[in-house]
Design a protein around this ligand. Structure first.
Ligand code: G1P
Length: 294
């Protein structure tokens, strides 16, 4: 087995305006909306840490400082809680390692490809991961998270890797879609083409990009010359498509569950699903839901 450069950095594009969740997101970033009691962004950062990633790069914008505060040491809380003898576990994880959270700003909303490009100086010449925090990837009981599964696949095939999942054909035009090639295993397939938000009739498959990527640093150079694509934005998918054939490109199907928290119903579904599984509230919530449904 060849060794590939390890994935130590992850980029989190979090500059989006969150218009779909207004008015909740007027003064707080959508990434800070909680699923039960942890903000969305924390699920993504925890998934990154589980996969061995050490440096978190947030591509932020105006009004997004709460995200950075969340990962800082909350001195006043710690001090007050410890002096009152309170359980501190709810504060974990804190921003324990100095320097592991870095922010860069995306000054203009020009698309996902542009947001990733804003992190080029910090990514440097290393392969890196990308997390779209809207996509909440939940491991099966006792299983590993999405990025960890991807890193394991990357250790075998190297190059570029994206996570995919199948959706009903009529939904493909909301996503990036892959053209699948040769199968390497049940959950790993070569990618021979990529298209962002195609019309249903032109989609090469129903396998959509589900918000997790491992990419080689060359994508930054490709993004530099990337013109506008779907929605008039600089699309990451278009830049990745140009790398197919130059470098290995694979898609991994996550063995776990995914919730699209970019939509309101997906957000509520995630909240209910995770709450129902919690020991401290699952039974009570099941009763409440039965009552509400009746
Ligand atoms: C982005 C990507 C798309 C991907 C999707 C996953 O789209 O451009 O390829 O399938 O995230 O959620 P967006 O949701 O930002 O329009």
């Amino acid at each position: 087995m060849t060794t590939h450069k390890p994935i130590k950095k992850a980029v989190f594009p979090v500059a989006g305006l969150g218009t779909r969740f207004l008015p909740a997101t007027k003064a707080i970033p959508k990434e800070m909306l909680p699923i039960v009691d942890r903000p969305l962004i924390q699920y993504a950062v925890d998934e990154a840490r589980e996969a061995g990633i050490e440096q978190m790069i947030f591509v932020t914008g105006r009004g997004k400082t709460a995200i950075v505060e969340h990962f800082d040491v909350a001195y006043e809380l710690e001090d007050t809680m410890s002096s009152r003898g309170k359980d501190m576990s709810a504060l974990e994880p804190t921003g324990a390692t100095p320097g592991d959270i870095i922010t860069v700003r995306q000054q203009v909303p020009m698309g996902l490809g542009h947001a990733i490009w804003c992190a080029r100086a910090i990514v440097g010449d290393e392969p890196f991961a990308i997390f779209l925090p809207d996509e909440l990837m939940v491991a099966h009981q006792g299983g590993t998270g999405c990025m960890k599964q991807m890193v394991e696949a990357y250790e075998e095939v190297g190059g570029n890797l994206i996570s995919v999942l199948e959706v009903p054909q009529e939904e493909v035009s909301s996503y990036g879609v892959i053209a699948p090639g040769a199968e390497k295993s049940d959950t790993l397939v070569e990618v021979t083409g990529l298209v962002e938000k195609p019309p249903v009739s032109e989609a090469p498959s129903n396998k959509i990009i589900s918000g997790r990527y491992i990419l080689q640093p060359e994508v930054m150079r490709t993004l530099e010359t990337q013109g506008k694509g779907a929605g008039g934005e600089i699309q990451l998918t278009d830049a990745m498509a140009r790398m197919i054939g130059e470098q290995p490109f694979h898609a991994k199907t996550f063995e776990g569950r995914r919730f699209d928290c970019g939509s309101k119903t997906g957000f509520v579904e995630a909240t209910l699903a995770l709450a129902l599984e919690r020991e401290d509230m699952g039974d009570e919530l099941r009763e409440i839901m039965t009552r509400l449904l009746g």
